[in-house]
Design a protein around this ligand. Structure first.
Ligand code: GLU
Length: 452
């Protein structure tokens, strides 16, 4: 995916040029760095001490990068070798925290972009967590449970030495859900001989997992939409909600949008999308995607009135609220224009960086409310932090209590982004607001802790 990046303000250009020189082919990582550097000019002007302490030069360089071999044997007895990653990007605010992604597209650029985003997202949650990301270029699709288990065990046989409840706490992302976290946790426990609950989040609720962690990213995204709309005296009531993806984020965004009076009409996967004018049946979607691990076309086959559109994205449908929840760069300029032409009111990024920079420009120019992933999808990692808190205190909070806390955190995340944008003269620009608010928190911690 190639995107055109606009010229940066002079104050940050040399830092960006250095990042390009050091990481020349890492397009997704460069895109993520560019977006942050493009936003934080006002913060740098207000804090000349950041430049003296080299905050920018340090924040764009991971504290530690780990790459490792993951050998495993498939069901036919054939030896396979994948590449594993853990990028420990920044620990100024707390232990490294961020998910693991298992997907064939995973490479160093993808993991670094995700790790970089995670620094500011985690700062926005206010939960005292640093930023990291990891994963492997392993494709769990079509693999048996036994193969996934052996892969997870081999992955953890290396990763265990780099993580710990006070060091680095991985969780899920694309391709890593409850099943994988179970196998990873089991292997960590066996190797270390410690039942160290807080070393991973997204665990089963029967053995240390937090209530609402499964639902948190999707629920949180919809709570963020509520907040954006409320600023303008609007609500979700009767709004058509277009969701892409059909994984953990999409399923629970659809679920919560429906509970709050919206009409979620789409879901998708890499083969196409479904449109269901009666509203997506979340139980059917869950059954197909989480239990049967089927393709999205199966939804239309089993649901009267629903239609499958092959090889296309849902953005040409008439949508009031778009929640892209599939993957990075899934909304390009043409998709954004189609959404604007269809009268979209708000776009909230459930996935990490699903809009290209050109798409974001289209939304900005059209006055669409635009919530960037690092604010909108922060509810997932925030609830992971709640899981860590419960593990540390050997506590288990109820679903209602946990959802109430998530609701409060998303209100705070929105307020932090909104207030920072207003403070720096860019009211309504959540990209600038989220980046400025998140950056400021990390930069202040780095400043206080010295040159490390
Ligand atoms: N992978 C999720 C994210 O992008 C969650 C990370 C976590 O819970 O640590 O934020």
């Amino acid at each position: 995916m190639t995107t055109t990046l606009a010229a940066l303000p002079v104050s940050v250009r040399s830092v960006y040029d250095e990042v390009v020189a050091r990481n020349p082919h890492e397009t997704e990582f460069l895109q993520a760095v560019h977006e942050v550097l493009d936003s934080i000019g006002p913060v740098l002007d207000a804090h000349p001490e950041y430049a003296d302490a080299g905050i920018l030069e340090r924040i764009v360089e991971p504290e530690r990068q780990i790459m490792f071999r993951v050998p495993w044997v498939d069901d036919d007895g054939i030896l396979r070798v994948n590449r594993g990653y853990r990028i420990q990007f920044n620990s100024a605010l707390g232990p490294y925290k961020g998910g693991l992604r298992f997907h064939p597209s995973v490479n160093l650029s993808i993991i670094k972009f995700l790790g970089f985003e995670q620094i500011f997202k985690n700062a926005l949650t206010g939960q005292g967590i640093g930023g990291a990301k990891g994963g492997a270029d392993f494709d769990p699709h079509g693999r048996s449970d036994a193969e996934v288990m052996r892969f997870c065990q081999s992955f953890m046989a290396e990763l265990y030495r780099h993580i710990g409840e006070h060091t680095d706490v991985p969780a899920g992302d694309i391709g890593v859900g409850g099943r994988e976290i179970g196998y990873l946790f089991g292997m960590y426990r066996k190797i270390t001989n410690r039942h160290e609950s807080g070393v991973l989040t997204g665990k089963g609720t029967g053995w240390g997992g937090a209530q609402v962690r499964t639902e948190a990213t999707g629920y949180g995204a919809v709570f963020f939409v509520q907040e954006m709309l409320a600023v303008h005296g609007e609500s979700l009531d009767g709004k058509r909600v277009g969701v892409s993806g059909s994984g953990n984020v999409a399923i629970y965004a659809i679920d919560k949008a429906r509970q709050l009076g919206g009409l979620p009409v789409t879901a998708s996967d890499s083969s196409g999308y479904v449109i269901d004018e009666a509203g997506i049946d979340v139980d059917l979607l869950r059954q197909l995607k989480e239990v049967e691990r089927a393709r999205i076309a199966e939804y239309a086959a089993r649901r009267p009135g629903a239609r499958f559109v092959e090889g296309a994205k849902p953005w040409t449908e008439q949508i009031d609220i778009a929640i892209p929840s599939a993957t990075q760069n899934e909304i390009d300029e043409a998709d954004a224009e189609a959404l604007v032409a269809g009268g979209v009111r708000a776009v909230a990024e459930g996935a990490n960086m699903p809009s290209t920079p050109e798409a974001v420009e289209v939304f900005r120019a059209a006055g669409v409310l635009f919530g960037p992933g690092k604010a909108v999808n922060a509810g997932g990692v925030a609830t992971s932090a709640l899981e860590m808190t419960q593990n540390a205190g050997r506590e288990h909070w109820s679903f209602a209590d946990s959802e109430h806390r998530l609701r409060g955190i998303m209100r705070d995340v929105h307020a932090a982004a909104f207030t920072a944008a207003r403070h720096y003269g860019r009211e309504g620009d959540y990209v600038v607001g989220a980046n400025c608010a998140g950056f400021e928190r990390v930069a202040n911690a780095m400043l206080a802790q010295g040159v490390l």
